[in-house]
Design a protein around this ligand. Structure first.
Ligand code: V47
Length: 383
């Protein structure tokens, strides 16, 4: 068998010439202990696609309910129907949260939640409609593919019709959650009851055909093995070849606290950076890779900007899913802090909207400018 060095040299040759990496290349990267070499390759791709820029947005999270019919092993957020922790936000609470987001200059609301046993599909449509009625300029990135499938089931309509009704109410894009790990060996163990891999991919395929952009995630660092992670990335790459509708990939580090897998250790910083870098290298058709600071921690997210990531998510107010699972990060970071941590990492911060248009601010008002196409932005010196 080729040595680590020889295998990495061959991968480096492919990366330099823009050749696609195979499943075996992905495994070789996983097996290598040369984090710095892998990171340097990912950094070259990151700079090829996004130069020296690092993107962020001003956003707020809303989790309309935590009551959920599913009992995924990794989840510390969900509650049973009769659990005293269970809640459902009403119209006033939802609109109040949107108002606060608007006052703070947010351009995006990120809305995901539990799959409530009793709420009708109309409630989830109304959440979008209520917000849009008062704050039409806020972009609503809402509902994972798992939620979309559940809505289709309870409303007894197709996935396409479900998405069409939500788009009609004002849905702007889909977040990337619910992907977890696609490989059946893992999926059936950690979340066997919820949307299958095929369904997750079909929801995103349908959304892309309807003109929506979406993100994709991978939950790693629990019972997943290298082959499961590479398989996951390749399935996403194949769908992206078909539709081109994905914007950003977000690797999500498992947080064990308060979950049914609490005995598992959190992934190490080393694993976080390696998964980030391998994602950048394998997903050659994804424009962006996000270092979600809420789950990585601010310090690792900052370093990740040199290991393949070009986006750091947003100001993120009111995040619950990770904080219930033991995330020690703050609930919110200010724009000044985000810009400082990006500059400290040697990158140039750009505020973007959800669909990667540059945001221009003038006092308390903002508007979306041109779509950020790195090929049309003046190149900046890359150190
Ligand atoms: O699907 C749940 C994950 C996801 C835990 O699209 C956990 O921009 C770790 O998808 N430890 C939801 N992870 C969050 C999500 C997301 C986040 C940020 C940005 C975007 C985007 C999407 O969170 C779930 C699941 O994979 N998750 N519990 C946990 N204990």
């Amino acid at each position: 068998m080729a040595t680590d060095d020889a295998r990495l040299a061959e991968i480096e040759r492919k990366v330099e010439s823009g050749e696609r990496l195979s499943f075996e290349d992905g495994l070789a990267l996983e097996e290598s202990t040369d984090l710095i070499a892998i990171g340097a390759m990912a950094n070259r791709v990151r700079e090829r696609y996004n130069q020296n820029f690092a993107y962020y947005n001003v956003n707020m999270h809303i989790n309309p309910t935590n009551v959920c019919v599913f009992t995924c092993d990794f989840c510390a957020f969900r509650a049973d129907l009769d659990d005293p922790r269970g809640y459902v936000m009403d119209r006033d609470q939802i609109v109040d949260r949107a108002r606060k987001a608007n006052e703070r200059g947010a351009t995006e609301l990120h809305i995901v939640g539990g799959l409530h046993h009793k709420l009708p599909f109309d409630y989830y449509v109304d959440v979008v409609r209520w917000i849009k009625a008062d704050f039409p300029e806020l972009h609503i990135k809402a509902y994972t593919a798992v939620e979309i499938e559940f809505f289709a089931k309870i409303a007894r309509i197709t996935i396409r019709e479900t998405l069409e009704r939500l788009i009609d109410a004002g849905l702007g894009s889909l977040p990337g959650g619910g992907a977890e790990i696609f490989h059946p060996e893992v999926r059936k163990e950690i979340c066997g009851a919820k949307a299958s891999t095929e369904t997750w991919l079909e929801v995103h395929r349908t959304a892309h055909r309807l003109g929506l952009k979406s993100n994709a995630t991978m939950l790693y660092g629990h019972i997943d093995k290298p082959k499961h992670r590479i398989d996951h990335l390749i399935r996403l790459r194949e769908l992206q070849d078909e539709t081109g509708g994905f914007q950003t990939f977000i690797p999500l580090a498992f947080h064990p606290d308060n979950s049914r897998m609490a005995e598992i250790h959190k992934p190490s910083g080393l694993m976080d950076l390696k998964v980030m870098a391998i994602s950048r290298l394998m997903l050659d058709n994804f424009p962006h890779i996000k270092a979600y600071w809420v789950m990585l921690g601010i310090k690792t997210a900052q370093v990740a900007l040199s290991f393949g990531a070009d986006d750091i998510d947003g100001t993120v107010v009111h995040e619950k899913i990770y904080h219930e699972a033991g995330a020690e990060t703050p609930q919110e970071v200010s724009v000044a802090d985000i810009e400082r941590l990006i500059r400290e990492a040697g990158r140039t911060p750009i505020e973007r909207d959800t669909l990667y248009h540059k945001v221009n601010r003038d006092g308390s008002t903002w508007r979306s400018g041109d779509h950020i196409d790195v090929r049309t932005i003046e190149p900046v010196a890359v150190g």
